[in-house]
Design a binder for this molecule. Structure first.
Ligand SMILES: [Zn+2]
Length: 283
């Protein structure tokens, strides 16, 4: 079972669990209020998190969603607190409320292309039997950016978009220099070939660059990124975008130039990232 990790006096998180695609959940506490980030992929996941928070005497007052994907919202029914999200996230949650999550319905959506096998399989694993999923409607929405004063700590919540999910929003805590990214740096997994697009990544990075970041959380990464690791990830994305454009989607030339820039052979993540940009360019 995943165990709560304390990063600072104010910030704690529950690491991800890859087997059933459970994302990182986090909580930031000010002198007056606590903000919970994401609801988890099931009532079980949410309960596990709430009970570990309870042991530390942490009680959530608000919850914010990073985006609409199932693994971030299916735990909402357990989260007895007001839910905040981007307007686009609210729209998608309302659509999800109408869906059935039984095997036959999931399989049908995979067949017609509105769901992907990766998610359908993880949902079946997370919910082997009972699948009575209830997703409450979020209570408060924002259209581009908002801030929350938790008492001595301010959180900035901003919609940044990107390829993974157009509604992706980040949470930044200035006093801690912690940036919670959700899934926003990942590729679009709903496309036929997983992809990044130059324009979406460039716009997203311009927004992310505003935030001076010491620790960055990606929802499905075992460990948070240091400043240097995060910088390297952003550089990989922006260099891949720039080279994809310059070499008009020629995989060989992009890889060759990237390898020359780094003065070493490319690793798996770099090769894969370039391929996703080429996939996006070819669409
Ligand atoms: Zn996602």
């Amino acid at each position: 079972m995943q165990q709560l990790v304390r990063v600072s006096e104010r910030f704690v998180y529950l690491p991800p669990y890859q087997e059933t695609d459970r994302p990182v959940l986090a909580a930031i506490s000010g002198d007056k209020y606590t903000l919970i980030i994401d609801a988890g992929n099931s009532a079980d996941h949410a309960k596990q998190w709430l009970s570990q928070l309870g042991e530390k005497n942490i009680k959530g007052d608000w919850l914010v969603l990073t985006h609409w994907h199932w693994d971030h919202v299916f735990g909402l029914s357990e989260m007895n607190m007001p839910i905040i999200c981007f307007t686009g996230t609210l729209d998608r949650v309302k659509e999800m409320q109408l869906l059935s999550w039984e095997d036959s319905a999931l399989d049908e959506r995979v067949r017609e292309g509105s769901e992907i096998p990766f998610c359908a399989d993880a949902i079946k694993k997370e919910f082997p039997e009972q699948r009575d999923i209830m997703i409450p409607t979020p209570d408060m929405t924002f259209t581009s950016k908002m801030s929350l004063n938790l008492g001595g700590v301010t959180c900035i919540i901003e919609h940044v978009g990107g390829d993974h999910s157009p509604d992706s929003s980040i949470i930044y805590i200035p006093v801690e220099k912690i940036l919670f990214l959700g899934d926003c740096l990942y590729a679009n997994m709903y496309a036929k070939n997983w992809c990044y697009t130059v324009e979406k990544v460039t716009n997203m990075i311009a927004k992310l660059e505003q935030y001076d970041t010491e620790i960055a959380f990606l929802s499905h990464a075992e460990q948070p990124m240091t400043r240097e690791e995060y910088r390297a990830y952003l550089d990989l994305l922006s260099n891949s975008a720039e080279l994809t454009e310059r070499f008009k989607g020629d995989t060989g030339l992009v890889a060759e130039e990237m390898s020359a820039m780094l003065q070493r052979p490319l690793n798996e993540l770099e090769t894969e990232t370039i391929q996703f940009f080429i996939n996006g360019y070819m669409q």
